[in-house]
Design a protein around this ligand. Structure first.
Ligand code: CTP
Length: 414
């Protein structure tokens, strides 16, 4: 496989355990990075005997991690839970007999094993995929303990890549060679990028708050950070969609091919951008926390302090979701968000009907770890014809994947 043609825009935790095949991991890492993957390398202490962290740090563009606590350095704690949540997949190459045995039996004496045990469940109850490319000498591979460990890991959903048959570092010939780097990268791409119905489709996403000016220095705003909408844009782009991301004032960056970002400040500007993009899109996900009111006549100069209450005349903003629902043509899929504090399900269902959406993603401000400013979210999905679907607390990236899993199935010919 020519690596130039491989496409793998995913976040990969690359675990390296201590075997001679670790020298090949440098080539594997290059293949993954060239294919568009973001790779975080985690080495076991034993792997340092076979390849230097400097090589892998240079190739990945990120510091290599080994310890839960960086005792030799500044005492940083490497958060295995965060790393596991960040990743779209964990690949361990080479996976030695020792690391496989520890994985099979739940041992956790290094950062790589802690990450493996922390890999997140997705909405369907499956785990973030874990791949291992075993590499060891023939007799070690054949040993019944190793075989039993591999069977146990496979029965838990771990995917094994190889090992290949051929000349081994010991001089023996047989099974135990690590699969060639280009083959591992191609295998990963085939498993992680099943052809999404979103490939090549136009997707509109709104994100973040809006700021409605009161005067040149003050505004009406809200606490939305835009993280959920940006996670949706990123996931849609990973699935091959052409994304128009209309973002309110947020402090987030996004750098992914396939995303056109339009920055706006006010609900009126967001409405205008959506009016231009909605007619040609096949899926629109309006996750922005749009202000419901704006000043009827914002001050052209700074309002002076007055004694007593300040009368502000407010007028409603355009309801962008409702406009999309009214002008929607057959085949367009419309997803809205609902942030509720009371009568959650009834209110959210009302929005589904009133705004003519196909799916409403309901957030509750009462849930710990959900809503504004968190990396995680717990949402309930309201469909038109089926019961509400309550998803567990997950990273916003996983919530985005779950929403897109549902939405992409509603697109005709998907
Ligand atoms: N929305 C929108 N334009 C607005 C207000 C809201 O497009 N001016 C969209 C949001 O992006 C979200 C959905 O409508 O997808 C629900 O927003 P929410 O504020 O929860 O609902 P409201 O219609 O404003 O109802 P209420 O404030 O009464 O709960």
């Amino acid at each position: 496989m020519a690596s130039g043609t491989l496409h793998l825009p995913r976040r990969i935790l690359l675990g390296v355990s201590g075997g001679i095949a670790a020298y090949k991991t440098a080539f594997l890492l290059r293949e993954l990075v060239k294919a568009g993957a973001e790779v975080q390398v985690i080495m076991t202490p034993g792997a340092h005997d076979f390849i230097t962290p400097l090589t892998l740090a240079t190739l990945s563009g990120r510091p290599v991690l080994t310890d839960l606590v960086d005792r030799a350095g500044d005492g940083t704690w490497n958060d295995h839970v965060h790393l596991a949540r960040w990743a779209d997949a964990l690949l361990i190459a080479p996976a030695t007999a020792n690391t496989l045995a520890k994985m099979a039996h739940g041992l956790c004496d290094n950062l790589l094993l802690a990450c493996y045990l922390s890999m997140e469940d997705n909405a369907e109850g499956g785990r973030t995929p874990v791949f291992v490319a075993p590499a060891m000498d023939l007799e070690m591979y054949r040993d019944p303990a190793t075989q039993a460990n591999l069977d146990l890991l496979r029965s838990r959903g771990v995917v094994t890549i190889g090992p290949a048959h051929g000349e081994l570092a010991s001089g023996l010939n047989g099974e135990g060679r690590m699969t060639e780097p280009a083959e591992i990268a191609a295998f990963l791409a085939a498993h992680l990028l099943p052809l999404s119905p979103l490939k090549g489709r136009q997707v509109l996403i709104t994100a973040g708050p809006t700021h409605e000016p009161i005067d040149p220095v003050r505004f009406i705003g809200n606490r939305s950070t835009g993280r959920m909408g940006f996670a949706l844009a990123e996931e849609a782009a990973l699935r091959g969609a052409q994304v128009t991301l209309v973002a309110g004032p947020v402090s987030l960056g996004i750098d992914r091919p396939g995303i056109t970002r339009i920055d706006v400040q006010t609900a009126a500007q967001m409405y205008e951008a959506c009016q231009a993009a909605f007619p040609t899109c096949e899926l629109a996900i309006l996750s922005a926390a749009v202000a419901d009111w704006r000043m009827a006549r914002p001050g052209s100069s700074k309002l002076k302090k007055v004694d007593g209450p300040l009368p502000l005349e407010l007028e409603p903003t355009e309801d962008i979701l409702a406009w999309c629902g009214r002008t929607k043509r057959g085949g367009q899929v419309l997803v809205g968000f609902a942030l509720e504090t009371d009568n959650e399900l009834a209110n959210a269902r009302g929005k589904l009907e009133r705004k003519n959406a196909d799916l409403i993603v309901m957030n509750s401000l009462r849930e710990a770890g959900a809503g504004f400013g968190h990396d995680t979210n717990r949402v309930t999905l309201l469909h038109r014809h089926t019961d509400p679907e309550a998803l567990p607390l997950m990273s916003k990236a996983r919530v985005a994947a779950a929403i897109l899993d549902r939405a992409e199935k509603m697109i005709p010919d998907a």
